[in-house]
Design a protein around this ligand. Structure first.
Ligand code: CAO
Length: 415
């Protein structure tokens, strides 16, 4: 069966996590992704967080599946010739260098347009135009500058970053959507365009509901769904909400059986209004149904912590999986806190291809997260990441270089 992006060629100048997340997705949808790296070193993540000496790290392998790797010195005039030939043949150039680095290589937007007016140039940067546009940015900087850290954690603690890589992988996802949209628009305009996904913007987009709350707070001075209500105080900015959903359906993380020794023996419990009757029944507090302090969603808001405390007395008598089964029988929304170990071992995720075992010639078998986006007519087959420069000769031959010319470039350390 064909793939959604069959025939699309990507010149991939990405490194570390944000850009590679984007080009890996495009590769999974069928694009031919040619990753350009520096000879000898390659993407810095190949050598970072290594668990096996001299073998590409999991950091690299898990972000670069289904790509081809070529090594080219982009600052050497002959290397530039190779890259110019690729610019002419590819549809999209993706990069996440520090601001200005692509220009310094000689690949300005103007130059790229001269070479190929249909070329889409897609970039991840830390910030969009403004005071910080020249800054280098990593994941946690974006989480802090995009509003996530100020709204994560508990009221009496410092700002917190989250384990979900919303700055890097989140922005890579945003960029991939921008690229696909630009490819679609090119069908009618015949022209390429620039696509920019700034990490601060991407994180803020994912924190959209917190900007909603900022405006609610400014208008009313209080947010009844937040744990600060009714006994705490609100300042002039959205506070950290602990484990509250902050949305229309109050929720909290509750202990389950075994919590004393298992750090993940917890469940997220949502007191969704339509199933309130069932919640009272399941936990054995049917008297709440007629008590005006508990009977209505509005009435419950000032007592949420007390209510969750009571529900926790019930969840502590069940494992998180027992609680999940019992609650789901009544459509009560809840979710076990699953560890990475549990997710790695979960058979249903293996079955859907969300967790995949991949074989690598140097490291052997390892687990990765497959394509989380499933297209019924474009199935994803996860292929191992390329070794450094594994496809240099192959790609140069496709560009018309002879074996002798390739050897000469190698002797001059251009590739
Ligand atoms: N041949 C020759 N030179 C190459 C090359 C190649 N094939 N590939 C890269 N280089 C050069 C670049 O041209 C650049 O040189 P100059 O600084 O002289 O112009 C140099 O390598 C370093 O690039 P860099 O500044 O992007 O890399 P860094 O490690 O110093 O910074 C990072 C890394 C991530 C902080 C920076 O790239 C950045 O801010 N990127 C944008 C935001 C981003 O994506 N952050 C997410 C990072 S985690 O996913």
């Amino acid at each position: 069966m064909g793939k959604a992006l069959d025939g699309v060629r990507i010149l991939d100048f990405t490194h570390v996590q944000s850009g590679p997340t984007c080009t890996q997705l495009l590769a999974w949808f069928g694009a031919d992704v040619i990753k350009v790296e520096r000879a000898g070193e390659g993407d810095i993540t190949r050598g970072q967080l290594r668990d096996i000496p001299d073998v590409d790290s999991l950091y690299f392998t898990m972000l670069n599946h289904n790509k081809r790797s070529i090594t080219v010195d982009a600052k050497n005039p002959k290397g530039k010739q190779v890259l110019e030939a690729l610019v002419k043949q590819c549809d999209v150039l993706v990069e996440n260098f520090a601001p200005g680095a692509l220009d310094r290589m000689g690949f300005t937007w103007e130059r790229i347009q001269q070479l190929n007016p249909r070329m889409i140039v897609a970039s991840v940067k830390g910030f969009g135009p403004g005071p910080y546009e020249d800054c280098k940015v990593y994941e946690n900087v974006a989480q802090c500058a995009g509003g996530a850290a100020s709204t994560t954690g508990f009221d009496d603690g410092p700002p917190l970053v989250t384990g979900a890589q919303i700055g890097d992988s989140g922005t890579g996802l945003h960029l991939a959507l921008g690229i696909v949209a630009a490819l679609y628009q090119r069908n009618t305009t015949g022209r390429g365009q620039r696509v920019l996904a700034a990490m601060q913007d991407g994180v803020l987009n994912l924190c959209r509901v917190k900007l909603r709350d900022q405006q609610r707070l400014a208008r009313t001075g209080v947010m009844e769904e937040y744990p600060q209500y009714p006994n705490g105080t609100f300042g002039d900015a959205v506070p950290r909400a602990g484990n509250a959903s902050g949305g229309g359906q109050p929720g909290w993380i509750l202990k389950c059986k075994g919590w004393e020794t298992d750090p993940n023996a917890y469940i997220y419990f949502i007191t969704q209004a339509p199933v309130w009757k069932d919640i009272c029944k399941v936990i054995g507090r049917e008297e709440w149904l007629t008590d005006p302090r508990y009977a209505t969603p509005k009435g419950r808001l000032p007592h949420l912590m007390e209510i969750f405390g009571e529900i926790e007395q019930w969840t502590m008598t069940k494992t998180k999986f027992e609680a999940m089964d019992l609650l789901n029988a009544y459509d009560i929304p809840c979710g076990p806190i699953l560890s990475m170990k549990e997710l790695a071992e979960e058979p249903s995720l293996r079955k859907t291809g969300t967790v995949v075992e991949v074989d690598h010639p140097k490291r052997g078998k390892y687990l990765t997260v497959g394509n989380p986006i499933k297209l019924s007519d474009s199935p994803t087959e996860v292929l191992r990441s390329p070794l450094l420069g594994e496809h240099t000769d192959e790609v140069l031959k496709e560009l018309g270089y002879s074996s002798e010319a390739i050897e000469a470039l190698r002797a001059e350390r251009v590739i």
